[in-house]
Design a protein. Structure first.
Length: 178
């Protein structure tokens, strides 16, 4: 109880290991985000290809592939020798790793998915319009407590982020339907 609080020992910090872990977490997060954007259930494994240009990073990342496959539910997970030329894939870049998820066969009815995303975009646009109107109203901004204004601004930021995500999904699916 009276022992000193543990101190950080800078000599024990491994910058390369921390960068590897950040890269691993970023890739898993990106795959999961793409799954969510494309409305692919977690129970369904997805085909993921990873391209790493830097040979050193590639060698270090290779050891983590089974972990990425498990956490991202990626089957098969392949380390690619070159970037794929297919435009019919969701592509994301994370810390020097380019990941691709082929869209063909992943979404059963592209038209229905496009309609679903369109409806959701309309809903988000309507909500965002209300938030922006509220923030544009001088009576609201002058009379409302700062906490309420901050909450409304935060909701607006979340809605804009959701709108941007939906636009990316529409672009990805639009390339699949043509």
């Amino acid at each position: 109880m009276i022992a000193p609080y543990p101190r950080r020992l800078d000599g024990l910090i491994d910058e390369a290991a921390e960068a590897d872990m950040e890269r691993l977490v970023g890739v898993v997060r990106a795959v999961r985000n793409l799954r969510s954007e494309l409305n692919v259930p977690l129970s369904r494994p997805v085909d993921v290809g990873l391209y790493v240009a830097d040979a050193t990073v590639r060698a270090r990342f290779t050891d983590s592939l089974p972990l990425v496959a498990t956490l991202a539910r990626a089957e098969p997970l392949a380390l690619l020798d070159a970037l794929p030329r297919s435009v019919k894939a969701a592509v994301e870049s994370v810390a020097g790793v380019v990941l691709t998820i082929p869209l063909a066969g992943l979404i059963d009815d592209v038209g229905a998915e496009l309609k679903r995303i369109g409806r959701e975009m309309e809903k988000v646009a309507k909500e965002l319009g209300g938030v922006e109107a509220k923030l544009g109203n001088p009576q609201f901004t002058e009379r409302a407590p700062e906490e309420i204004i901050a909450e409304v601004e935060e909701k607006g930021a979340q809605l804009r982020e959701r709108r941007d995500t939906l636009r990316r999904s529409l672009e990805r699916l639009g390339s699949l339907s043509t």
